[in-house]
Every structure is written in C-alpha cells, then in structure tokens.
Design a protein around this ligand. Structure first.
Ligand SMILES: Cc1ncc(COP(=O)(O)O)c(C=O)c1O
Length: 402
C-alpha cells in the first residue's frame, strides 16, 4: 500500500485544541479530537438524542448511530460488527470479560500475563485467579531494550494454559510485540489470545481476526475519539462465554451480550467520526492511512532518539537505537539526571510542553526497570506531532539538563 505522505501541518488544522500552540505529548494518556468528532457528538445530542428501539425518528436515528458505530469499530479492529461490545473504557470491559472467561475455567488452569502490560491487562487476571484458584504466570521483558521476551513467554505455555493476555504495545516504553507469534503460540497451546490494543491503536492498523486474536480491547480516546471502550470478541467465544445481562438481552448478537445498560450514544457517534477521520488520512483507506502515520512517526522517533543521545544525563528506557525506530511507537520514557520526574514534567509544562510522569499504571514494566519508586517522564508523539515540536522538547530538556 503506497504511503499517503502524511503532512502533520495539514491535519493539525482539523484539531481545534492544537491551535493553542501547546505541545501535546500526553497522547499515550489521551489524544486530542478533530472538529469532525466533536461536531458528530454535538449533532447527536442536539438532533437525535434518544434511547434505542422506539417507533419514532430520534430513536431510529439512535439505532443507526449504534449500527454505524459497530461497523466502524469492526473495521478499525479487524472484526465483524456482531463481535463488538462498547463499554465505559477498556479496563471495565476487561474486568467483565476476564470474569466471564474465568467462570468457564477449572482450578489449576493457567493464565499467562506479561511484564510489558498496563495493569488493566494484569489486575483483572490476578483477581479472577484468586477467585477461581487459577495460576498466573508472568512473561518477562528484556531490561536492556524494554521489549517482551517472546521466547520466555512461549516457554511458559503448557497444557493448562487457557489465556495468554498480552499488550500489542507498551504505553510506557513504546515497544511493539510480535502479536502474530504470540497468538500462534497461544493457539498451539489451545489457549485464548487476549490483546490490549489501547496503546497501539493510534499508531498501527489493528488486525484481530487475521492474527488469530480472540479478544482485542481498545479505547477511542487514545485514537482521536471520545472517552469510551471497545472490545472485539471472536464470535464463537462471545457466543459461549457466560455474560451478566438482563433477560431481554438474551437474544442479542454475540459481542453485544457484554454490553450492560444504555451506552454513551454520543461517544459512539464520536468514535465513528474518529474512524472516518483516520480513513480520510488514507483517502478512504485505513491501511493507507496507517502507512502514512507509521512513516511520519518513525521519522519523529528517529529525530528524537538522535537528539536524546546528545543530551548529557538523559537516561532513556526502551529501544534507544534510531535505526530501530520502526520497531517502536513514538512513546519515550526517560529520566533526567537524578531529577524528580514530576518536577521535570512540571518544568516542561511551564514551557507549554505536556508530558506525563509516574508509572502510567504500567506497574510491571516499571518494576522490571527498577523504576517502581521513582517513576519516569513520558513523552508520546502522535501523527499530528511536528518536527518543530520534537525540537522544542529536545531544547527544553537540554536547558533542564544544564
Ligand atoms: C496500554 C493501556 N492499556 C489499558 C489502558 C486502560 O484504558 P482505559 O482508560 O480505557 O480503561 C491504558 C490507559 O492508559 C493503556 O495505556
């Protein structure tokens, strides 16, 4: 698929928040929204606001909003509309789905989690393991470059493994996992492949079915939409998992069985517009859009890594070699000398550069890197980031290091 040659200056005009001149490097915590997403939400609330299934215009329009939302989420995740469940956020959906699958397991069955994951794909498994006498095994990361040790993960899989829960990319370190390899290993063991796509979603095309992933979770607020969660659940699994639901929902299509109560219709309208926005970057083609995004982000990563290597006292965790920029997302975790990450983030904030500090709920990666106590600064770029903004960060870090 030819790249679209994405020009961040053109896309920025579509994002009202970016006109402020502030530098939004808090993308891994949440992205900004283009005007068309905000407009879609407002239009729903102004003109179509109703509950579903009624015999009148606004209710029929609400039904259509849901239908379009499922189609968009299915296209975005590489799934079918019947396999989609919307929810409050990824964490809530994952607790609910982990609870459902645990009810089908036997004491002594095993779950594999990874040290690269955000806690939202670890704690649900620890809690259901305690409730159902399951065993949780943790796959390690390589401390030298913050990547998942896939061989070590494979060695943990055995005849009792029922779920392999892993992230597609680290929200702390930007490392991307080999999802096809992990899903294939899970399949060989007869286990479910359970992927957290939250961090990867704004950076790469998602391909749930093609990669053999059974459950894939993401959050539209990380990919230019509103606060909302999406689960894509492979049809036969969604059909057989027990779902906590009210009786009238018994006949719903498989994925929707995991939706409880009334959804945020306005957020679903916004998420649909976010997928449309992304498609527009590829002239109607999501594959092409993500080729353009990846190329642009790779060049930003290279620029940052080359500049960071010149900064005395900057300790970068994760892949630091500019030649490996394509293997990671443009999310960078670092400390400056013995500086307090919070103070560094605040000093950058005063310069209009918004970064995160702490552990970003990535408890296992921080523990593996010996950063549980101290934490680190995190700067995350998105496709609307410009080279000038990267340079602003490098200059500011240079000043703070000095
Ligand atoms: C990798 C990753 N997984 C899961 C989550 C949790 O997502 P949500 O806020 O939708 O529950 C986050 C949020 O930052 C994340 O970065």
């Amino acid at each position: 698929m030819p790249s679209t040659g994405l020009d961040p200056h053109l896309v920025r005009e579509r994002f009202p928040a970016l006109a402020s001149g502030d530098v939004f490097f808090d993308g891994p915590g949440g992205s900004q929204m283009p005007a068309e997403v905000i407009d879609a939400m407002v239009a729903y609330m102004r003109g179509s606001n109703a509950n579903l299934g009624g015999a009148f215009r606004t209710s029929e329009e609400s039904d259509e909003v849901l239908e379009r939302g499922r189609a968009a989420a299915a296209d975005f995740t590489g799934s079918e509309p019947e396999e989609i469940a919307f929810g409050a956020n990824m964490t809530t959906l994952n607790f609910q789905l982990a609870h459902a699958v645990a009810r089908t397991l036997e004491p002594g069955d095993e779950i594999v989690v990874t040290d690269l994951d955000h806690d939202a794909n670890v704690s649900p498994w620890l809690l259901v393991a305690a409730d159902h006498d399951l065993v949780v095994r943790e796959a390690p990361i390589r401390a030298e470059d913050g990547t998942l040790d896939a061989e070590a993960l494979e060695s943990l899989l055995g005849e009792r493994t029922r779920v392999v829960a892993f992230t597609l990319a680290s929200n702390a370190l930007g490392s991307v996992t080999d999802a096809g390899r992990i899903a294939a290993a899970a399949a060989r063991a007869g286990a479910l492949a359970w992927a957290d796509a939250v961090h990867l979603a704004p950076h790469r095309r998602l391909r749930r079915a093609e990669l053999g992933i059974h459950v894939l979770l993401c959050s539209p607020y990380k990919f230019f939409g509103p606060h909302l969660g999406v689960a894509a659940i492979e049809r036969s699994l969604a059909e057989r998992l027990p779902a906590d639901r009210v009786r009238p929902a018994a006949e719903w299509p498989p994925g929707h069985r995991f939706e409880t109560g009334t959804q945020s219709h306005e957020a679903i309208a916004g998420a649909t517009a976010a997928v449309d926005y992304l498609r527009s970057l590829g002239h109607g083609d999501l594959d092409a859009a993500f080729e353009g995004i990846r190329d642009h982000e790779e060049s930003l990563s290279r620029r940052f890594l080359e500049g960071a290597a010149e900064l005395p006292g900057l300790d970068l965790y994760g892949i630091a070699d500019p030649a490996r920029a394509r293997e990671r997302t443009p999310t960078f975790c670092f400390n400056l000398g013995d500086g307090d990450p919070r103070a560094v983030a605040a000093a950058l904030g005063e310069r209009g550069i918004y970064v995160w500090d702490g552990d970003y709920y990535a408890l296992a990666p921080m523990r593996a890197l010996g950063l549980s106590e101290r934490g680190a600064v995190r700067a995350g770029f998105l496709h609307y980031t410009t080279e000038d903004e990267v340079d602003r960060l490098l200059v500011a870090l240079g000043e703070l290091a000095g």
